[in-house]
Design a protein around this ligand. Structure first.
Ligand code: FAD
Length: 397
């Protein structure tokens, strides 16, 4: 039976980085994945350009039942450390918006970086490999794979969450956690579009593809200021993806579609200057024409001139456009979600090493645990930081 110092399950962002660093520290590492290629999610990320980190990474940008857990790893391996590594590989990057860093060319460059780092660490990689069973004995962990058994003193679970089953996502990590007695918190899709109830969706048929700046607020008071996109299924765009992680079924979100306009003042000023101008044309100066037309066709704004618009109608308009309360029907689920909220309870893990407190040699890194970042490079940074913390611990053993 082949023996290793560490076996890492999952050749995604966290698994590849951890395997590479532990290998470079002289550990004999086996990296396993059930897919054909490593880093499949990285290749799909950031529209093919991989939003690999964020300039403004801070613990407040992560959701977890244990909000302090992420602090240590994020402080010890920072966005600046990963930016430096990207620089060493000559990968050109740019800030798109809100501190989000993307490759100028392609996400493949980040996968190539990780593959090269694994090669530097002499990491042995086995793809298309199913782990049939995991057992712990005096020598560490014995894994039955399809066709062979392998053993290691340390086992690192980097198999990610449930989002995008098409890219290899599986509940493997949660099952291993449960097998060894660790608590797994309920999971749900995060960074995911909303679906809408049929009547509202039918009213918005013509809006698919329309994007507007917005400020969006969840019932718990969380606020994001980003673009909102109408789709043929419901609502999407960065504002919706962000707030979806803070939304629970049955709750409302409120949306300000005119966050940069004093609508009352604007309407009064336009009325003074052009009393016979239609309300529709006036609103179209601030909002996409298709949106205004849709609101009028569905009877949500009156077909009047500005001088005909009475104060009650103006108040209703203000409420509709600056405090539009929407109750989503649900989300598009794991099929299109960028992340999985919940997962292995971090109370069970050391925040310094990512090792299970009561199961020596068993580590969890990346998305499999209950740490979920905002949209914008935060989730990859968690993969890098947690992988680094684990690799330090493996190197010190
Ligand atoms: P993953 O990258 O999911 O890797 C897990 C690996 O484990 C996979 O290779 C999988 O095949 C393997 N695996 C699973 N089950 C098994 C099993 N039973 N046996 C063997 N192997 C198994 N985050 C950002 O920060 N920036 C972005 O631009 C961004 N864009 C995204 C775009 C999309 C479409 C998606 C889906 C996510 C995006 N994310 C982004 C989130 C980010 O990709 C994840 O948070 C990150 O990949 C998590 O890394 P991980 O290594 O923990 O898990």
């Amino acid at each position: 039976m082949e023996k290793f110092d560490a076996i890492v399950i999952g050749a995604g962002a966290a698994g590849m980085f951890c395997a590479a660093l532990a290998g470079q520290a002289g550990r004999r590492v086996l990296l396993l994945d059930n897919g054909k290629k490593p880093g499949r999610k990285i290749l799909m990320s950031g529209g093919g350009r991989c939003n690999f980190t964020n300039l403004y990474v801070e613990p407040a940008a992560y959701l977890s039942q244990n909000p302090h857990f992420c602090k240590s790893a994020l402080a010890r391996y920072t966005q600046w450390d990963f930016i430096e590594l990207v620089g060493k590989y000559g990968i050109a990057w740019h800030e798109k918006t809100l501190g989000q860093l993307f490759c100028d060319d392609s996400a493949q460059q980040i996968v190539d970086l990780l593959v090269a780092e694994c090669e530097k660490g002499n990491v042995i990689q086995r793809l298309r490999t199913e782990v049939l069973s995991v057992e712990r004995n005096d020598d560490g962990y014995t894994l039955q794979l399809n066709g062979e058994s392998v053993q290691a003193e340390n086992l690192v679970i980097a198999s990610g969450g449930l989002s995008m089953p098409g890219l290899g996502a599986s509940p493997f990590g949660y099952k291993i956690a449960e097998q060894f007695g660790l608590k797994v918190l309920p999971t749900r899709a995060g960074l995911v579009p909303f679906t809408l109830h049929k009547p509202l969706l039918e009213q918005m048929q013509t809006l698919s593809g329309v994007s507007v700046p917005s400020v969006i607020t969840a019932e718990d008071g969380t606020v994001f200021r980003e673009n909102l996109l109408f789709t043929h299924r419901g609502l999407s765009g960065p504002a919706i993806l962000q707030i979806s992680s803070y939304w629970q079924p049955g709750e409302f979100v409120s949306i300000n579609l005119l966050p940069d306009v004093d609508l009352d003042g604007f309407l009064n000023q336009q009325r003074d200057a052009h009393p016979n101008q239609s309300l529709k044309n006036t609103l179209a100066m601030q909002l996409p024409k298709r949106l205004v037309e849709c609101l009028q066709q569905t009877g949500q704004i009156p077909d009047v001139t500005l001088k005909q618009l009475n104060s009650r109608e103006q108040e209703n308009l203000l409420a509709l456009l600056t405090n539009w309360r929407v109750q989503p029907n649900g989300t598009e689920g794991y099929r299109t979600a960028e992340v999985t909220l919940g997962g292995v309870d971090t109370h069970e893990l050391s925040s310094r090493t990512m090792e299970a407190r009561n199961v020596p040699g068993l580590y969890f890194i990346g998305e499999v645990m209950d740490v979920t970042g905002w949209l914008g490079g935060y989730n990859f940074q968690w993969a890098w930081s947690s992988a680094w913390a684990c690799a330090q611990a493996l190197a010190a053993k």
